[in-house]
Design a protein around this ligand. Structure first.
Ligand code: CAA
Length: 263
């Protein structure tokens, strides 16, 4: 799928930052099957694109990041197709979560159900003051199917996650920040600029080291501590074998700025 063929996404690349904007404002950017397909294509393309260092995911308009999976599609599911539906979303979100390049969710409004799960699959979450978060699936007779029952408790702890999952309550941006759903809340008008600046600060560092740090966190998060620490040691060793590590440490000794090459 060529960029020009995206129907429900707007993708731009500027200063090595790719912005993937979900663009179905008529449905508050709800994720239908086509949008999931397009997200998969965009992430497959952008993670290989040498011109891209960091990705930002956001929604079109000021009202919604993503208001969930498309409820019109959910009405057609049965037991078998429902499982396949969930696995498909998990596959696409895992592609995002396992991206070797950092992915920032710029949450610009309603972030509900599958939208919240999309944000949870990203590596860093920044929200506008008007963002609203929730896992309201139980109100539809459902449970989250795109990772919410697993990624939310890992992020905010079981008690807080279960409260959100069982009440389906919508919480405001400041509360989401307080309990750790998002890293930071910024004024809506500054959201994208803040995320771009964050991307710039990340990209000033050695790119292989940022990828290895992401790999270490992702690989270690489900392992017992001793095995997770062994993963860290192995990836630390890989980092020590890079030209950028030689450059970064030498630049410190020489009292100059490092010049990283991504090698
Ligand atoms: N799917 C499909 N369409 C949606 C949608 C969704 N998740 N959310 C909003 N829309 C559509 C509405 O149907 C409406 O379309 P029409 O104009 O054609 O009627 C349009 O977007 C605007 O929405 P509202 O009129 O409802 O706007 P509002 O300001 O009154 O309310 C809202 C906003 C509180 C976000 C409300 O739209 C809402 O509750 N949306 C559903 C949220 C939800 O339940 N999400 C979870 C989905 S299930 C899921 O995600 C499963 C999973 O884990 C994989």
């Amino acid at each position: 799928m060529e960029a020009a063929e995206y129907k429900n996404l707007l993708v731009t690349i500027e200063d090595r930052v790719a912005v993937v904007q979900i663009n179905r404002p008529q449905a508050l950017n709800a994720l239908d099957a086509r949008t999931l397909d397009e997200l998969e294509t965009a992430f497959r393309v952008l993670r290989e694109d040498q011109a891209v260092g960091v990705l930002i995911v956001t929604g079109t308009g000021e009202k919604a990041f993503v208001a969930g999976a498309d409820i019109r599609e959910l009405t057609k599911l049965d037991g078998v197709s429902g499982r396949a539906y969930s696995l498909r979303g998990l596959e696409v979100f895992d592609l995002i979560h396992s991206s070797p390049k950092p992915v920032i969710a710029a949450i610009n409004g309603y972030c509900l159900g599958g939208g919240c799960e999309l944000a949870l699959a990203c590596h860093i979450r920044i929200a506008s003051e008007n963002a609203r978060f929730g896992q309201p699936e139980v109100k539809l007779g459902l449970i989250p199917g795109y990772g919410g029952t697993q990624r939310l408790p890992r992020l905010v702890g079981t008690g807080r996650a279960i409260e959100m999952l069982l009440t389906g309550d919508v919480i405001e941006a400041r509360e989401a920040e307080r309990i750790g759903v998002v890293n930071r809340v910024v004024p809506g008008a500054e959201l994208l600029a803040y995320c771009r600046d964050l991307a710039k600060r990340i990209m000033a560092n050695a790119p292989l080291a940022t990828t290895l740090a992401l790999n270490a966190v992702n690989a270690g998060s489900d392992l017992p501590l001793d095995r997770a620490l062994a993963v860290e040691a192995a990836l630390f060793g890989l980092a020590c074998g890079t030209e950028d590590m030689k450059e970064g440490t030498k630049a410190f000794i020489d009292k100059r700025k490092p010049s990283f090459k991504g090698r």
